[in-house]
Design a protein around this ligand. Structure first.
Ligand code: ADP
Length: 159
């Protein structure tokens, strides 16, 4: 059986931490769906379309990766698409409680669905989209936080 997994998130905008998790998942599974949460209520800085475009550029070299927008329940979406597992990056203890709860909710809603955690690359443990946005808005250098191919685009939008 082919293994299809999903990496869900806001990706507002994509960081090197996200690309690291997606790349590692793409080596382990036959196909990886990157699910961009369509969440206008959360007031994202980048539109869903912009976040998808940035992710497409940042993962252009990964042939088994597909970028999609999704809303609604992940437990339902994964069932519809034949996805067997959610793959998430786990940064530090602070991520754990929330992620553990989400994983248990999803297991209840869809017992066939597994949640797998990859430990964050130690270089990116501190990295978050919100941190990148804050630094860019204050005129800081974000070149070591976001993929080079989308750096200028991200910076232009956040300044
Ligand atoms: P954030 O807004 O906190 O950066 P997202 O909701 O976009 O995060 O995250 C999507 C997924 O990427 C989540 O599973 C999250 O744990 C993971 N992730 C985000 N940043 C990192 C990082 N620096 N290292 C590892 N995983 C990360």
């Amino acid at each position: 059986m082919k293994t299809k997994v999903i990496c869900p998130g806001s990706f507002d905008p994509v960081t090197l931490g996200h690309v690291d998790i997606i790349t590692r998942a793409s080596k382990m599974f036959d196909s990886v769906v990157v699910g961009v949460l369509n969440n206008p209520a959360k007031n994202p800085s980048f539109t869903t379309e912009e976040r998808i475009e940035l992710l497409k550029k940042a993962t252009a070299g990964l042939e088994n990766v597909e970028i999609v927008a999704f809303d609604g329940l992940l437990a339902d979406y994964t069932r519809e698409r034949g996805i067997t597992a959610i793959v998430k990056g786990l940064r530090a203890v602070s991520d754990f409680e929330y992620e553990f709860q989400q994983a248990l909710f999803n297991k209840k809603l869809n017992p066939d669905l597994e949640t797998l955690f990859l430990t964050s690359n130690s270089d990116y443990m501190y990295l978050s989209s919100s941190g990148v946005k804050q630094i860019a808005s204050l005129g800081g250098d974000i070149s070591s936080f976001v993929p080079e191919c989308v750096h200028d685009e991200i910076l232009k939008r956040l300044k």
